[in-house]
Design a protein around this ligand. Structure first.
Ligand code: ARG
Length: 459
Protein backbone atom coordinates (compact mmCIF):
# COMPACT_ATOMS: atom_id res chain seq x y z
CA UNK A 1 0.00 0.00 0.00
CA UNK A 2 1.33 3.43 -0.82
CA UNK A 3 1.51 5.99 1.95
CA UNK A 4 -1.85 7.64 2.26
CA UNK A 5 -0.33 11.09 2.83
CA UNK A 6 1.24 11.19 -0.62
CA UNK A 7 -0.41 8.23 -2.31
CA UNK A 8 -1.41 10.33 -5.30
CA UNK A 9 2.11 10.31 -6.71
CA UNK A 10 3.11 6.75 -5.80
CA UNK A 11 2.13 3.43 -7.33
CA UNK A 12 3.67 1.19 -4.67
CA UNK A 13 4.50 1.42 -0.99
CA UNK A 14 8.04 1.49 0.39
CA UNK A 15 10.37 -1.48 0.61
CA UNK A 16 10.63 -2.91 4.11
CA UNK A 17 14.23 -1.69 4.33
CA UNK A 18 13.13 1.77 3.23
CA UNK A 19 10.57 1.81 6.00
CA UNK A 20 13.15 0.65 8.51
CA UNK A 21 15.65 3.37 7.65
CA UNK A 22 13.06 6.09 7.18
CA UNK A 23 10.67 5.68 10.07
CA UNK A 24 11.34 7.82 13.12
CA UNK A 25 8.21 7.04 15.11
CA UNK A 26 10.07 4.69 17.46
CA UNK A 27 11.89 7.69 18.88
CA UNK A 28 10.14 10.88 17.80
CA UNK A 29 6.99 9.80 19.64
CA UNK A 30 8.70 11.60 22.50
CA UNK A 31 7.74 14.83 20.75
CA UNK A 32 4.01 14.14 20.94
CA UNK A 33 3.17 16.88 23.44
CA UNK A 34 5.13 19.51 21.52
CA UNK A 35 3.64 18.31 18.24
CA UNK A 36 0.10 18.60 19.53
CA UNK A 37 0.74 22.01 21.10
CA UNK A 38 2.16 23.21 17.77
CA UNK A 39 -0.83 21.90 15.85
CA UNK A 40 -3.30 23.50 18.23
CA UNK A 41 -1.52 26.85 17.90
CA UNK A 42 -1.50 26.49 14.10
CA UNK A 43 -5.20 25.53 13.83
CA UNK A 44 -6.23 28.34 16.16
CA UNK A 45 -4.29 30.85 14.07
CA UNK A 46 -5.75 29.49 10.81
CA UNK A 47 -9.27 30.00 12.18
CA UNK A 48 -8.40 33.49 13.42
CA UNK A 49 -7.20 34.36 9.91
CA UNK A 50 -10.34 32.98 8.29
CA UNK A 51 -8.43 30.11 6.66
CA UNK A 52 -10.26 27.46 8.72
CA UNK A 53 -13.88 27.61 9.85
CA UNK A 54 -14.47 27.81 13.58
CA UNK A 55 -16.31 24.44 13.68
CA UNK A 56 -13.39 22.76 11.85
CA UNK A 57 -10.91 24.36 14.21
CA UNK A 58 -12.94 23.27 17.22
CA UNK A 59 -13.12 19.71 15.95
CA UNK A 60 -9.37 19.67 15.27
CA UNK A 61 -8.46 21.03 18.70
CA UNK A 62 -10.80 18.64 20.48
CA UNK A 63 -9.49 15.71 18.43
CA UNK A 64 -5.88 16.63 19.18
CA UNK A 65 -6.64 16.77 22.89
CA UNK A 66 -8.24 13.36 22.69
CA UNK A 67 -5.12 12.02 20.99
CA UNK A 68 -2.91 13.51 23.68
CA UNK A 69 -5.01 11.70 26.26
CA UNK A 70 -4.72 8.44 24.34
CA UNK A 71 -0.95 8.70 24.07
CA UNK A 72 -0.64 9.48 27.78
CA UNK A 73 -2.94 6.61 28.69
CA UNK A 74 -0.89 4.24 26.54
CA UNK A 75 -3.85 3.34 24.33
CA UNK A 76 -2.57 5.01 21.16
CA UNK A 77 -1.33 2.65 18.45
CA UNK A 78 1.81 3.98 16.80
CA UNK A 79 2.42 2.86 13.25
CA UNK A 80 5.78 2.64 11.50
CA UNK A 81 4.06 2.81 8.16
CA UNK A 82 3.06 6.35 9.12
CA UNK A 83 6.75 7.23 9.58
CA UNK A 84 6.77 9.81 12.27
CA UNK A 85 4.88 11.47 15.10
CA UNK A 86 3.43 14.13 12.81
CA UNK A 87 1.74 11.69 10.47
CA UNK A 88 0.72 9.32 13.25
CA UNK A 89 -1.13 12.13 14.98
CA UNK A 90 -2.70 13.44 11.79
CA UNK A 91 -3.86 9.98 10.68
CA UNK A 92 -5.47 9.35 14.05
CA UNK A 93 -7.11 12.77 13.88
CA UNK A 94 -8.68 11.73 10.59
CA UNK A 95 -10.04 8.58 12.23
CA UNK A 96 -11.55 10.59 15.07
CA UNK A 97 -12.94 13.71 13.33
CA UNK A 98 -12.95 12.79 9.64
CA UNK A 99 -12.61 15.33 6.84
CA UNK A 100 -11.59 18.47 8.80
CA UNK A 101 -8.39 16.67 9.84
CA UNK A 102 -7.15 17.09 6.30
CA UNK A 103 -7.36 20.87 6.61
CA UNK A 104 -4.91 21.12 9.52
CA UNK A 105 -1.84 20.90 7.28
CA UNK A 106 -2.83 24.01 5.26
CA UNK A 107 0.03 26.56 5.21
CA UNK A 108 2.34 24.18 7.05
CA UNK A 109 4.86 21.47 6.26
CA UNK A 110 6.43 18.75 8.35
CA UNK A 111 9.62 20.72 7.92
CA UNK A 112 8.52 23.72 9.95
CA UNK A 113 6.45 21.41 12.15
CA UNK A 114 9.40 19.27 13.23
CA UNK A 115 11.66 22.29 13.63
CA UNK A 116 9.04 23.80 15.93
CA UNK A 117 8.51 20.60 17.91
CA UNK A 118 12.20 20.09 18.43
CA UNK A 119 12.82 23.66 19.52
CA UNK A 120 10.05 23.27 22.08
CA UNK A 121 11.55 19.98 23.27
CA UNK A 122 15.05 21.41 23.59
CA UNK A 123 13.66 24.46 25.38
CA UNK A 124 11.88 22.23 27.90
CA UNK A 125 15.13 20.34 28.40
CA UNK A 126 17.03 23.56 29.03
CA UNK A 127 14.48 24.58 31.64
CA UNK A 128 14.90 21.24 33.42
CA UNK A 129 18.70 21.54 33.30
CA UNK A 130 18.61 25.02 34.77
CA UNK A 131 16.35 23.79 37.59
CA UNK A 132 18.52 20.69 38.14
CA UNK A 133 21.66 22.79 38.29
CA UNK A 134 20.08 25.15 40.85
CA UNK A 135 19.12 22.17 43.03
CA UNK A 136 22.67 20.84 42.92
CA UNK A 137 24.10 24.27 43.66
CA UNK A 138 21.82 24.62 46.67
CA UNK A 139 22.87 21.19 47.95
CA UNK A 140 26.52 22.27 47.67
CA UNK A 141 25.90 25.64 49.30
CA UNK A 142 24.18 24.01 52.28
CA UNK A 143 27.15 21.67 52.78
CA UNK A 144 29.63 24.51 52.22
CA UNK A 145 28.06 26.53 55.00
CA UNK A 146 28.67 23.73 57.52
CA UNK A 147 32.20 23.13 56.28
CA UNK A 148 33.53 26.69 56.12
CA UNK A 149 35.95 25.94 58.98
CA UNK A 150 36.82 22.41 57.86
CA UNK A 151 40.38 22.17 56.60
CA UNK A 152 41.17 20.16 53.54
CA UNK A 153 44.47 19.82 51.72
CA UNK A 154 44.25 21.92 48.59
CA UNK A 155 45.95 20.29 45.64
CA UNK A 156 47.80 21.23 42.53
CA UNK A 157 49.01 18.34 40.37
CA UNK A 158 47.09 16.24 42.93
CA UNK A 159 49.98 16.94 45.32
CA UNK A 160 49.36 18.70 48.62
CA UNK A 161 49.71 22.41 47.86
CA UNK A 162 48.12 24.73 50.41
CA UNK A 163 45.39 24.03 52.92
CA UNK A 164 41.91 25.25 51.98
CA UNK A 165 38.47 25.35 53.51
CA UNK A 166 36.27 22.44 52.44
CA UNK A 167 33.46 24.95 52.04
CA UNK A 168 35.62 26.87 49.57
CA UNK A 169 36.26 23.70 47.62
CA UNK A 170 32.55 22.92 47.38
CA UNK A 171 31.77 26.49 46.34
CA UNK A 172 34.22 26.18 43.45
CA UNK A 173 31.73 23.79 41.86
CA UNK A 174 28.86 26.15 42.63
CA UNK A 175 30.65 28.78 40.52
CA UNK A 176 31.21 26.34 37.64
CA UNK A 177 27.59 25.27 37.74
CA UNK A 178 26.50 28.90 37.76
CA UNK A 179 28.29 29.41 34.45
CA UNK A 180 26.72 26.21 33.13
CA UNK A 181 23.27 27.57 33.92
CA UNK A 182 24.26 30.82 32.23
CA UNK A 183 25.25 28.97 29.08
CA UNK A 184 21.90 27.18 28.99
CA UNK A 185 20.09 30.48 29.51
CA UNK A 186 22.06 32.06 26.64
CA UNK A 187 21.25 29.15 24.34
CA UNK A 188 17.59 29.44 25.31
CA UNK A 189 17.49 33.12 24.36
CA UNK A 190 18.81 32.42 20.85
CA UNK A 191 16.67 29.30 20.47
CA UNK A 192 13.44 31.03 21.29
CA UNK A 193 12.23 31.93 17.78
CA UNK A 194 9.34 30.18 16.11
CA UNK A 195 9.95 28.33 12.82
CA UNK A 196 6.22 27.66 12.44
CA UNK A 197 4.92 29.19 9.24
CA UNK A 198 8.19 28.81 7.35
CA UNK A 199 6.30 25.91 5.72
CA UNK A 200 8.36 23.58 3.51
CA UNK A 201 11.16 26.09 2.94
CA UNK A 202 9.88 29.23 1.22
CA UNK A 203 7.02 30.48 3.36
CA UNK A 204 3.40 30.34 2.20
CA UNK A 205 0.95 32.37 0.14
CA UNK A 206 -1.66 31.97 2.90
CA UNK A 207 -2.25 35.07 5.06
CA UNK A 208 -0.93 33.43 8.23
CA UNK A 209 -0.07 35.26 11.45
CA UNK A 210 3.30 33.99 12.58
CA UNK A 211 3.43 36.37 15.52
CA UNK A 212 0.30 34.76 16.88
CA UNK A 213 1.61 31.19 16.73
CA UNK A 214 4.97 32.32 18.09
CA UNK A 215 3.26 33.93 21.07
CA UNK A 216 0.97 30.96 21.67
CA UNK A 217 3.99 28.65 21.90
CA UNK A 218 5.98 30.94 24.18
CA UNK A 219 8.47 32.04 21.52
CA UNK A 220 9.78 35.60 21.56
CA UNK A 221 9.23 36.11 17.81
CA UNK A 222 8.93 34.24 14.53
CA UNK A 223 12.21 33.41 12.78
CA UNK A 224 12.99 35.88 10.01
CA UNK A 225 14.17 33.52 7.27
CA UNK A 226 12.20 30.46 6.24
CA UNK A 227 15.20 28.58 4.78
CA UNK A 228 17.15 29.04 7.99
CA UNK A 229 14.12 28.16 10.12
CA UNK A 230 13.52 24.71 8.64
CA UNK A 231 17.10 23.64 8.18
CA UNK A 232 19.41 24.75 10.95
CA UNK A 233 19.88 22.85 14.18
CA UNK A 234 22.40 25.15 15.80
CA UNK A 235 20.03 25.55 18.75
CA UNK A 236 20.52 21.87 19.58
CA UNK A 237 24.26 22.02 19.01
CA UNK A 238 24.59 24.97 21.32
CA UNK A 239 22.56 23.21 23.97
CA UNK A 240 24.61 20.03 23.59
CA UNK A 241 27.78 22.10 23.86
CA UNK A 242 26.51 23.63 27.09
CA UNK A 243 25.49 20.14 28.23
CA UNK A 244 28.97 18.82 27.42
CA UNK A 245 30.64 21.49 29.52
CA UNK A 246 28.22 20.89 32.38
CA UNK A 247 28.82 17.13 32.14
CA UNK A 248 32.56 17.83 32.23
CA UNK A 249 32.11 19.71 35.51
CA UNK A 250 30.02 16.89 36.93
CA UNK A 251 32.66 14.42 35.80
CA UNK A 252 35.37 16.32 37.68
CA UNK A 253 33.25 16.44 40.79
CA UNK A 254 32.45 12.75 40.47
CA UNK A 255 36.13 11.91 40.10
CA UNK A 256 36.87 13.68 43.37
CA UNK A 257 34.17 11.68 45.11
CA UNK A 258 35.70 8.47 43.75
CA UNK A 259 39.16 9.46 44.95
CA UNK A 260 38.04 10.91 48.26
CA UNK A 261 35.98 7.86 49.15
CA UNK A 262 38.89 5.45 48.56
CA UNK A 263 40.43 3.96 51.69
CA UNK A 264 43.70 5.68 50.77
CA UNK A 265 42.11 9.12 51.03
CA UNK A 266 39.18 8.39 53.31
CA UNK A 267 37.96 12.00 53.20
CA UNK A 268 34.36 11.12 52.60
CA UNK A 269 31.87 8.32 52.89
CA UNK A 270 29.11 7.97 50.32
CA UNK A 271 25.76 6.93 51.69
CA UNK A 272 24.36 3.43 51.27
CA UNK A 273 21.72 5.01 49.04
CA UNK A 274 24.39 5.95 46.53
CA UNK A 275 26.82 3.05 46.85
CA UNK A 276 26.83 -0.56 45.75
CA UNK A 277 28.38 -3.70 47.13
CA UNK A 278 30.34 -6.40 45.40
CA UNK A 279 28.95 -9.81 44.55
CA UNK A 280 32.19 -11.47 45.63
CA UNK A 281 33.98 -9.14 48.07
CA UNK A 282 31.76 -8.67 51.13
CA UNK A 283 33.74 -5.70 52.47
CA UNK A 284 33.27 -3.53 49.37
CA UNK A 285 31.44 -0.23 49.08
CA UNK A 286 31.69 1.00 45.53
CA UNK A 287 30.98 4.55 44.35
CA UNK A 288 29.09 3.39 41.25
CA UNK A 289 26.85 6.42 41.00
CA UNK A 290 29.87 8.73 41.04
CA UNK A 291 31.60 6.58 38.45
CA UNK A 292 28.58 6.67 36.17
CA UNK A 293 28.31 10.44 36.48
CA UNK A 294 32.02 10.58 35.66
CA UNK A 295 31.32 8.54 32.51
CA UNK A 296 28.08 10.05 31.20
CA UNK A 297 29.98 12.82 29.48
CA UNK A 298 30.89 10.22 26.85
CA UNK A 299 27.35 10.05 25.57
CA UNK A 300 26.80 13.77 25.82
CA UNK A 301 29.91 14.83 23.93
CA UNK A 302 29.17 11.92 21.58
CA UNK A 303 25.81 13.46 20.77
CA UNK A 304 27.42 16.83 20.09
CA UNK A 305 29.93 15.17 17.78
CA UNK A 306 27.30 13.11 16.01
CA UNK A 307 25.03 16.04 15.31
CA UNK A 308 27.70 18.49 14.27
CA UNK A 309 28.83 15.89 11.71
CA UNK A 310 25.25 15.34 10.54
CA UNK A 311 24.95 19.08 9.93
CA UNK A 312 28.31 19.58 8.30
CA UNK A 313 28.01 20.23 4.58
CA UNK A 314 24.20 20.12 4.49
CA UNK A 315 22.95 22.41 1.73
CA UNK A 316 19.89 24.59 2.33
CA UNK A 317 17.13 23.90 3.18
CA UNK A 318 15.61 20.83 4.89
CA UNK A 319 17.18 17.42 4.31
CA UNK A 320 16.23 14.15 5.94
CA UNK A 321 19.69 14.05 7.51
CA UNK A 322 18.33 16.24 10.27
CA UNK A 323 16.03 13.48 11.42
CA UNK A 324 19.23 12.12 12.95
CA UNK A 325 19.18 15.01 15.42
CA UNK A 326 16.75 13.36 17.78
CA UNK A 327 17.97 10.05 19.22
CA UNK A 328 21.35 11.36 20.27
CA UNK A 329 19.78 14.44 21.78
CA UNK A 330 17.21 12.45 23.73
CA UNK A 331 19.95 10.19 25.04
CA UNK A 332 22.23 13.08 25.98
CA UNK A 333 19.41 14.98 27.70
CA UNK A 334 18.43 11.93 29.74
CA UNK A 335 22.04 11.40 30.72
CA UNK A 336 22.54 14.96 31.90
CA UNK A 337 19.29 15.14 33.81
CA UNK A 338 20.04 11.90 35.60
CA UNK A 339 23.62 12.95 36.34
CA UNK A 340 22.46 16.19 37.92
CA UNK A 341 19.92 14.36 40.07
CA UNK A 342 22.42 11.68 41.12
CA UNK A 343 25.03 14.26 42.03
CA UNK A 344 22.51 16.26 44.05
CA UNK A 345 21.55 13.10 45.93
CA UNK A 346 25.16 12.17 46.61
CA UNK A 347 26.18 15.64 47.79
CA UNK A 348 23.31 15.81 50.25
CA UNK A 349 24.32 12.47 51.79
CA UNK A 350 28.10 12.86 51.97
CA UNK A 351 29.68 12.18 55.36
CA UNK A 352 32.96 14.05 55.59
CA UNK A 353 35.80 12.77 57.77
CA UNK A 354 37.01 16.12 59.06
CA UNK A 355 39.79 14.68 61.22
CA UNK A 356 41.20 12.75 58.32
CA UNK A 357 41.15 15.78 56.06
CA UNK A 358 42.77 17.90 58.74
CA UNK A 359 45.55 15.35 59.27
CA UNK A 360 46.14 15.08 55.56
CA UNK A 361 46.28 18.86 55.19
CA UNK A 362 49.24 18.88 57.58
CA UNK A 363 51.26 16.58 55.36
CA UNK A 364 53.47 17.78 52.55
CA UNK A 365 54.67 21.02 54.19
CA UNK A 366 51.52 22.72 53.02
CA UNK A 367 52.28 25.95 54.89
CA UNK A 368 55.63 26.52 53.17
CA UNK A 369 54.23 29.47 51.24
CA UNK A 370 53.12 30.97 54.55
CA UNK A 371 56.72 30.80 55.79
CA UNK A 372 57.98 32.45 52.60
CA UNK A 373 55.33 35.19 52.93
CA UNK A 374 56.36 35.72 56.56
CA UNK A 375 60.01 36.18 55.53
CA UNK A 376 58.97 38.79 52.99
CA UNK A 377 56.60 40.57 55.34
CA UNK A 378 58.51 40.46 58.63
CA UNK A 379 62.14 40.40 57.47
CA UNK A 380 61.86 42.42 54.27
CA UNK A 381 63.38 39.61 52.20
CA UNK A 382 62.53 39.56 48.47
CA UNK A 383 60.06 36.75 47.64
CA UNK A 384 62.50 34.86 45.39
CA UNK A 385 65.10 34.68 48.19
CA UNK A 386 62.42 33.82 50.71
CA UNK A 387 61.43 30.93 48.45
CA UNK A 388 65.00 29.54 48.66
CA UNK A 389 65.21 29.93 52.42
CA UNK A 390 61.87 28.17 52.81
CA UNK A 391 63.09 25.38 50.55
CA UNK A 392 66.00 24.84 52.94
CA UNK A 393 63.63 24.78 55.91
CA UNK A 394 61.48 22.17 54.15
CA UNK A 395 64.55 20.04 53.45
CA UNK A 396 65.56 20.25 57.11
CA UNK A 397 62.06 19.30 58.30
CA UNK A 398 62.03 16.42 55.86
CA UNK A 399 65.40 15.22 57.25
CA UNK A 400 64.00 15.50 60.78
CA UNK A 401 60.84 13.67 59.81
CA UNK A 402 58.60 16.48 61.08
CA UNK A 403 56.41 19.20 59.65
CA UNK A 404 57.51 22.84 59.37
CA UNK A 405 55.80 23.65 62.65
CA UNK A 406 57.81 20.81 64.25
CA UNK A 407 61.08 22.71 63.73
CA UNK A 408 62.41 24.54 66.80
CA UNK A 409 63.44 28.14 66.63
CA UNK A 410 67.09 26.98 66.83
CA UNK A 411 66.48 24.80 63.77
CA UNK A 412 65.10 27.82 61.92
CA UNK A 413 68.10 29.95 62.95
CA UNK A 414 70.43 27.47 61.26
CA UNK A 415 68.45 28.00 58.06
CA UNK A 416 68.37 31.79 58.31
CA UNK A 417 69.24 33.97 61.28
CA UNK A 418 66.51 36.47 60.44
CA UNK A 419 63.77 34.01 61.42
CA UNK A 420 62.45 34.48 64.97
CA UNK A 421 59.90 32.80 67.21
CA UNK A 422 56.94 34.76 65.81
CA UNK A 423 57.16 32.51 62.77
CA UNK A 424 55.37 29.67 64.52
CA UNK A 425 52.12 31.63 64.44
CA UNK A 426 51.84 31.30 60.66
CA UNK A 427 52.84 27.68 60.29
CA UNK A 428 49.61 25.97 61.29
CA UNK A 429 47.10 25.04 58.60
CA UNK A 430 44.39 26.93 60.49
CA UNK A 431 46.42 30.14 60.42
CA UNK A 432 47.22 29.62 56.77
CA UNK A 433 43.58 29.21 55.75
CA UNK A 434 42.40 32.10 57.93
CA UNK A 435 45.02 34.42 56.47
CA UNK A 436 43.86 34.04 52.87
CA UNK A 437 41.35 36.85 52.95
CA UNK A 438 42.04 38.26 49.49
CA UNK A 439 38.85 38.47 47.42
CA UNK A 440 38.02 34.97 46.22
CA UNK A 441 40.47 33.42 48.71
CA UNK A 442 39.75 30.51 51.01
CA UNK A 443 39.43 32.24 54.43
CA UNK A 444 36.36 30.88 56.27
CA UNK A 445 34.89 34.38 56.50
CA UNK A 446 35.08 34.67 52.72
CA UNK A 447 33.38 31.31 52.43
CA UNK A 448 30.55 32.51 54.67
CA UNK A 449 30.17 35.66 52.57
CA UNK A 450 29.97 33.60 49.38
CA UNK A 451 27.50 31.17 50.94
CA UNK A 452 25.25 34.13 51.77
CA UNK A 453 25.64 35.52 48.25
CA UNK A 454 24.69 32.20 46.65
CA UNK A 455 21.77 31.69 48.99
CA UNK A 456 20.49 35.07 47.82
CA UNK A 457 21.04 34.23 44.15
CA UNK A 458 19.46 30.80 44.40
CA UNK A 459 16.53 32.16 46.37
N1 ARG B 1 10.50 12.95 10.63
C1 ARG B 1 11.01 14.08 9.94
C2 ARG B 1 12.21 14.65 10.70
O1 ARG B 1 12.37 14.35 11.80
C3 ARG B 1 9.95 15.11 9.79
C4 ARG B 1 10.16 16.01 8.62
C5 ARG B 1 9.97 15.31 7.37
N2 ARG B 1 10.06 16.19 6.27
C6 ARG B 1 10.23 15.75 5.00
N3 ARG B 1 10.32 16.64 4.08
N4 ARG B 1 10.32 14.47 4.72
O2 ARG B 1 12.98 15.39 10.15
Amino acid sequence: MSNRMWGGRFASGPDAIMEAINASIDFDRRLYAQDIAGSIAHATMLAEQGILTIPDKDAIVKGLETIKGEIEAGTFTFSRALEDIHMNVEARLKEIIGEPAGRLHTARSRNDQVATDFRLFVRDGIDRFIAGIAALQMALVVRAEDEADTILPGFTHLQNAQPVSLGHHLLAYVEMLGRDAGRFADARRRLNESPLGAAALAGTPWPIDRDMTARALGFDRPSANSLDAVSDRDFVLETLAAASICAMHLSRMAEELVIWSSSQFGFVRLSDRFSTGSSIMPQKRNPDAAELVRAKIGRIVGALNALILVMKGLPLAYAKDTQEDKEVTFDAFDALELSLAAMTGMVGDLVFDRARMRASADAGFSTATDLADWLVREAGIPFREAHHITGRAVALAEARGCGLDGLTIEDFKTVDARIDSRVHKVLSVEASVKSRRSYGGTAPDNVRTQVARWKGLLG
